[in-house]
Design a protein around this ligand. Structure first.
Ligand SMILES: Cc1cc2nc3c(=O)[nH]c(=O)nc-3n(C[C@H](O)[C@H](O)[C@H](O)COP(=O)(O)OP(=O)(O)OC[C@H]3O[C@@H](n4cnc5c(N)ncnc54)[C@H](O)[C@@H]3O)c2cc1C
Length: 494
């Protein structure tokens, strides 16, 4: 059966859904309010510099290969990925520097040398996460827990009983404290797990599985930068016959008797059998389904944190820095408290410093570097981000100068900024959250909105604000789930 499908939004989730559904032979049209595809995956260019505006790397790169395999096409050279090694260079507050190598033995040796943590405990920790991931993978990412049958299946009981229930009763930080003697190792692994916008003092220990994905499976970067990912997936979808309508904002999803009939822009009504939404679920209920019952629980859930980003054109090179660098806070507890409890920012935030020109030489002029400096900040509640940004910039510069023994300010030739207010406005993301909901509840993954609507026939959801959550791999998984649900609901086979 050939279905008429409209996708709202061309973020990574929308693009992946478009490819999967076009491969099945459906008639797919993507409506995107911006004039380019990719949503949060954007890039900036200025006088020989190129910066990744959004994501700076990703995990589970085989998900991209799967899309090409499905389409029967060879993956484009521009998005062949290289594995980051080290994954990150970590600068702790008292001067200790540790490289997180992707090779497990090299990482264990480095961590033992630098922090004194015993090789046995690091190995035990990573192996334990690896075993748990194998058991829980299917449950974690391919089950929306949205129907009775999906809850009562043996593999869920098995996963829960064998491993996960213990982690549910510990926090990320609690589990890491139990696993390591060294405070450095605890801080390092707390940060890995909270990479999706969670608070390690509240988020369940299951999130430590993210450290397994980074350290046992690897972190990747496309050869021509992150935007190449969005650009090439858009070209692949276009090649498969997907129709893209840019600069077209959808204002309403049209229903009749609980069945999707199509969507409306300001000027026209577009008929469709199915609508797949890649936009923030809260914004969808508030605006596009405004006449429909508004499920309050999704508005009550705490959003993941937002981010303040500075893009700097730096006129010299720093050999002491790597591709991804983390300058840790000396006040971790205060930092996480301020992210969730207050509206102002921490006085000593953890700084992430991404420099793609370390590997991709044409991303900056010779002898120069393209710095992307970011810190997590609370969500947008109308704060003055100009003032907050200025004060954060001073804090960041002071810390970088101390760590690198430099005067970075005189080497910044040009600066651009991205703040939570702009993220909310540009991408329609609730409070500027970049990963959907916060993961701070014990069952947060399962509290995410399911990938289909249980009452509205023909309405499906992908992207960061729905199951299994935010970040590139999760959004790609949501597209796979939606493809499978549509096949099941319309009896199209696997
Ligand atoms: C600074 C930053 C750093 C990040 N770092 C990482 C990282 O290192 N690794 C990682 O995996 N993830 C990272 N992320 C998160 C990741 O980018 C997102 O979770 C993911 O890209 C979201 O994809 P999505 O499919 O939800 O769509 P989005 O990217 O949110 O796109 C939604 C699209 O819908 C469009 N739209 C909205 N409303 C409408 C409408 N009414 N009609 C038509 N179109 C509409 C928007 O214009 C947008 O293009 C980062 C994000 C940011 C901003």
């Amino acid at each position: 059966m050939k279905l008429n499908i409209v996708i709202i939004g061309s973020g990574i989730g929308g693009l992946a859904a478009a490819i999967r559904l076009a491969v099945r032979g459906h008639d797919v049209t993507v409506f995107e309010k911006a004039d380019t595809p990719g949503g949060m995956i954007k890039q900036l260019e200025w006088e020989g510099y190129r910066w990744d505006m959004g994501p700076s790397s990703f995990i589970l790169s085989e998900q991209i290969e799967d899309l090409y395999l499905l389409a029967g096409k060879e993956m484009k050279i521009s998005i062949r990925n290289f594995q980051l090694d080290p994954v990150s260079r970590n600068f702790f507050h008292n001067g200790l520097v540790m490289d997180a190598f992707s090779d497990m033995d090299a990482f264990i040796k480095e961590a033992n040398n630098k922090t004194g943590e015993s090789p046995k405990s690091i190995k035990r920790y990573l192996n334990k996460l690896s075993r748990r991931y194998k058991i829980t993978r299917g449950v974690l990412v391919q089950n929306t827990f949205s129907t009775i049958e999906s809850i009562f299946i043996p593999r869920i009981f098995r996963a829960f009983v064998i491993s996960r229930y213990r982690d549910l009763f510990h926090t990320v930080n609690g589990m890491n404290r139990r696993s390591f003697r060294s405070d450095y190792m605890v801080q390092f692994f707390d940060r890995q797990a909270s990479g999706f916008g969670g608070n390690p003092y509240k988020a369940p220990g299951t999130l430590n599985l993210y450290s397994h994905l980074m350290h046992n499976l690897g972190v990747y970067y496309p050869e021509k930068g992150m935007y190449a990912l969005a650009d090439e997936l858009w070209r692949l979808a276009d090649h498969l016959g997907v129709n893209f309508r840019f600069s077209s904002k959808i204002q309403r999803i049209n229903l009749k008797n609980g069945i999707v009939k199509g969507v409306s822009t300001e000027k026209e009504f577009i008929k469709s059998d199915i609508v797949v939404s890649d936009i923030d679920i809260r914004y969808l209920y508030k605006e596009l389904l405004r006449d429909y019952h508004n499920p309050q629980k999704y508005f009550n859930d705490e959003p993941a944190t937002s981010v303040m980003v500075f893009y700097w054109a730096v006129d010299r090179e720093y050999s002491e820095l790597s591709f991804q660098n983390i300058l840790f806070s000396g006040k971790q507890r205060e930092e996480y408290d301020s992210l969730y409890k207050k509206e102002d920012v921490c006085t000593d935030p953890t700084i992430k410093l991404h420099i793609s020109s370390k590997q991709v030489i044409y991303d900056a002029p010779e002898g120069c570097e393209n710095w992307v400096v970011s810190v997590s900040v609370p969500g947008n509640k109308g704060q003055d981000w100009g003032v907050t940004g200025d004060s954060l910039r001073k804090t960041i510069i002071k810390k970088i100068n101390k760590v690198l023994d430099t005067n970075i300010e005189i080497h910044i030739k040009k600066e651009f900024r991205l703040d939570p207010g702009t993220i909310e406005e540009k991408f329609g993301s609730f409070q500027g959250s970049i990963y959907g909901s916060s993961y701070n509840h014990k069952l947060s993954v399962y509290r995410n909105h399911p990938n289909f609507h249980k009452q509205i026939h023909g309405l499906y959801f992908v992207g960061r604000s729905v199951f299994p959550g935010g970040g590139i791999p999760m959004c790609l998984t949501s597209a796979m789930n939606v493809d499978q649900y549509i096949s099941k609901h319309y009896s199209l086979g696997n």
